[in-house]
Design a protein around this ligand. Structure first.
Ligand SMILES: *Cc1c(COP(=O)(O)O)cnc(C)c1O
Ligand code: SF4
Length: 355
């Protein structure tokens, strides 16, 4: 009798991470409450990268940490204010010409710093058939909507068949001119980027994919191959990263990340300041430190490799570049942030300063 090859499943609990040798049995006890509070998932690709020696830059993004149990008063269940702009389930419509369509609330991995960590996870499944119809009807009924952004959750956990259906429905709405997909799948679950999936994204609407990655070591050989399959199919790729303490908060780490992206034909697009999600203070940097890092990169690093550093204003007021055009010191260690409509909002750093 031949033994079947053992398929390594996604690790979905603190106990499973301990069993796989990714955290020590002693730490597992202390981390059990974190696993009860927030979703855990480490894919075989990421587990293999960690076993092969990927360092803290990868580990800290995916392995639970006891500090996640500390929630600061200013941290919010809905840090970027999706709810006030959600006219129907699954839609977030903040800007007239574009909106988010969230078909799924699950992801291939669960990032420890996730800005939507109270909204994503197993059990918070997907839009029902009726809700999906209502969301599509909302788009069809609003001629000002030019771009649809699939996000979640991670839209590329959907089957190729389902993606093909959704794509065809959006292709059929004449005023929609562009489709954007925000995903981590090509990096953390590259085996999902099959020829069938790439084909499902064909049709009338051009597709741009924004890949979320925060450290160069996430780009395993399989991830690089998945990225190449997408670009070779003519899909433009952009990088989205989050500035994270202990992951990429240095000039060498950011240089390495952005150069790796460019070498793989991914244009670094946004570097997000950490949102005020619950239990993530240990990941956040003060804005001034993020600005200093961006200044240090401007000049030494190719302009092609430089993303725009962005702050999503808490409460749902939109994203702005972290520059003097939008931020002014309030004289008391905090900031005034001007939103895209010209309104001013107070912002106070809660990240730990390390200098
Ligand atoms: C981030 C975001 C967008 C996209 O904004 P861009 O600056 O075009 O990337 C659109 N809608 C919502 C609700 C968002 O949060
Ligand atoms: S992939 Fe995105 S939505 Fe999913 S857990 Fe990570 S940051 Fe959150």
């Amino acid at each position: 009798m031949t033994a079947l090859p053992r398929l390594s499943p996604t690790l979905r609990s603190v106990a499973a991470l301990a069993e796989a040798g990714l955290i020590s049995p002693e730490t597992a006890d202390a981390l059990a409450p974190v696993g009860q509070r927030y979703a855990v998932a480490v894919t075989p690709e990421i587990a293999a990268a960690l076993h092969a020696g990927a360092g803290d830059g990868v580990a800290r993004q995916f392995l639970p940490d006891a500090r996640e149990l500390v929630t600061l008063p200013e941290e919010l269940p809905d840090p970027i204010g999706d709810a006030p702009h959600s006219p129907v389930p699954g839609i977030v419509h903040r800007y007239a010409d574009r909106l988010l369509l969230k078909l799924v609330s699950t992801c291939a991995v669960y990032c420890r710093f996730c800005f939507r960590r109270e909204m994503v996870g197993p059990g918070k499944e997907m839009l029902s058939a009726e809700e999906t119809e209502a969301a599509l009807a909302y788009i069809a009924d609003h001629p000002a909507i030019w771009e649809v952004i699939l996000t979640g959750g991670d839209p590329l956990v959907l089957s190729a068949r389902r993606l093909r259906e959704i794509k065809a429905r959006l292709d059929a709405i004449p005023h929609v001119g562009a489709l954007r997909i925000h995903t981590r799948v090509p990096v953390v679950a590259p085996e999902r980027i099959t020829g069938e999936l790439v084909e499902a994204l064909g049709g009338r609407l051009p597709v741009h994919i924004l890949i979320h990655a925060n450290h160069a070591d996430e780009f395993t050989p399989a991830a690089r191959a998945a990225v190449a399959r997408l670009v070779d199919a003519g899909i433009p790729l952009f990088g989205q990263s989050v500035l994270l303490r202990g992951v990429n908060d240095s000039v060498p780490a950011l240089t390495d990340l952005f150069r790796t992206m460019v070498s793989l034909r991914i244009k670094p697009h946004y570097l997000h300041h950490g949102d005020l999600a619950p239990g993530t203070a240990h990941f956040r940097l003060p804005l001034a430190e993020g600005m200093a890092l961006m200044r240090a990169l401007r000049g030494p690093l190719s302009g092609l490799a430089l993303p725009t550093y962005m702050l999503d204003i808490p409460g749902g007021y939109g994203k702005v570049p972290v520059t003097a055009d939008y931020l002014t010191p309030d004289g008391q260690g905090g900031w005034w942030v001007t939103d895209p409509q010209g309104r001013r909002h107070a912002y106070r750093d809660t990240g730990e300063s390390h200098n």
